[in-house]
Design a protein around this ligand. Sequence first.
Ligand SMILES: Cc1cc2nc3c(=O)[nH]c(=O)nc-3n(C[C@H](O)[C@H](O)[C@H](O)COP(=O)(O)OP(=O)(O)OC[C@H]3O[C@@H](n4cnc5c(N)ncnc54)[C@H](O)[C@@H]3O)c2cc1C
Length: 415
Amino acid sequence: EPNADGSWSITGTKIFISAGEHDLSDNIIHLVLAKTPGAPDSVKGISLFTVPKFIVNDDGSLGARNAVTCGAIEHKMGIHANATCVMNYNGATGYMLGEEMKGLAAMFIMMNAARLGVGIQGLAQADAAYQNAVEYAKGRLQGRSLTGAKNPEGKADPIIVHPDVRRMLMDARSYTEGMRALMLWGAIRVDLSRKATDAAEREMADDLISLLTPVIKGYGTDRGYEVATNCQQVLGGHGYIAEWGMDQFVRDARIAMIYEGTNGIQALDLVGRKLGSKGGRGTQAWLGLVAGDIAAATDERLAFIAGPLSRALGDVQAGVMWLLQNGMANPDNAGAGATAFMRMMGHVALGHMWLKMSGAALAAFDAGTGDADFFNAKLMTARFFAARVLPETASLKSQLEAGADTVMAMPAEMF
Ligand SMILES: Cc1cc2nc3c(=O)[nH]c(=O)nc-3n(C[C@H](O)[C@H](O)[C@H](O)COP(=O)(O)OP(=O)(O)OC[C@H]3O[C@@H](n4cnc5c(N)ncnc54)[C@H](O)[C@@H]3O)c2cc1C
C-alpha cells in the first residue's frame, strides 16, 4: 500500500530467508518482492522494495525498529552458521527500488550475481573436502599396493597408493582446478561487460557470462557436491563420523544445488532461455571461442586434450542442434534433457580451461620459468580430465537424444 510520504507499507510473509535476522551487523536491508494494489496476479505485477530492519534517518543514523520480524528459524541439514528465517512483514515501511511492476527484472541483477556466488560455494566446499581427503589418504595405512608394497617397513601402504582412491582424488583435483579457472574466466567476463572501452566487447562479455551463469551455478554445484561426497568416501568410516568434519562439507555443499533456483531450474534456464537468447548469439560466440582455441592448439604436445575436447565440443554442438529440432516440437524433450545438456556443457567449459592451462604450462616449461612441479601437476591433471571426464559427453548426448518418451510414459497415478 502506498504511504503519503512516498514510502510503501508492506504486509506478508517470506520463508527461507538466509540471514533474515541476526545481530552481526547494525542493520539489515531486506530486498522484498511484493505486489502493489491492482497489479496483475502474475510475475508481471511484481515490484521490488527495500525494507530496513531499522528505519534509516536522513542523517544516516538508525531510527525506529521497522515492523519486520523473524517468526521462526528453520532446522536444517547444513549451513548452520546461517539463520534461515521465516520473516513477517506487518505494515513494514519499504521503499520501491526501480520501477513499479519491473521488480523481477531488477531482482535478477542480484540473482545473477548470487548464482555466480553460489557456484563459488560449490567449488569452495569441494576444495576444502579435497584438501582434507588428500591429507588423510597420505596418512592412513590400509592394504597393499596392487603393484607391490610402497611402504615395506610399515604394516600397510598409505591408501593414496590405491587406484580407486586416486580416482576420487584426481577427479576432485581436476574439478576444483578447472572450476577455479572457469570462475576466474567468468569474473573477467563480468569486468569486461562493465568496463571494456569497446561497446562490442562489453556486449560479447555480457553474452558469454549470461550463457555460462546457469552452468557455473548448476554444473559447479552438482559437481561440487559429488566431489565433496567422494572426498568423504576417501576417509572410509571416519568420513561418516562427525569428528572428522567431512560430513559438514557434504551437508553444506548440498544446499548450493537447491537455493538461488534449483539446478533443475538452472538447466531449464540454460536450454529454454540462454541458448536461444538474442538469436543464439552468445551460444555461437562461446562455441566459436572453444573451437577457435582448439584449432589454435597446433602444438602436438596438446593433442592429448585438444582431441577429446574437440569430440566433446562436437557432442555439445550436436546437442544444441538436437534441442533446436526437437525441443520446439515437444518442449518436454528439452525439459527431459536439460540436466544432461548442462553437464555436457560444463565438462566442455572445464575442458576449455584445461586446454588453456595446459598451453600455459607448456609455455612456462619452454621459457624455463616458474615452478616445474606446479606446471607438471597441471599437465597430469589435465590428462586425467581429458581421458576420464570429457568422454562422458558421449553418454550424456545419448541421454539427451533419448528425448522425453521414456521419462514421461508412466502416468502420474502409477507412481
Ligand atoms: C537454506 C535455504 C536458504 C534459502 N535462502 C533464501 C533467501 O535468502 N531468499 C530467498 O528468496 N529464497 C531463499 N531460499 C529459497 C530457495 O531459493 C528455494 O527453496 C529454491 O529456489 C527452490 O524453490 P522451492 O523450494 O519453491 O522448490 P520447488 O519450486 O517447489 O521445486 C521442487 C522441485 O521441483 C522442481 N521444479 C519446480 N518447478 C519446476 C519446473 N518448472 N520445471 C522443472 N522442475 C521444476 C525443482 O527443480 C525441485 O526439484 C532458501 C532455501 C533454503 C532451503
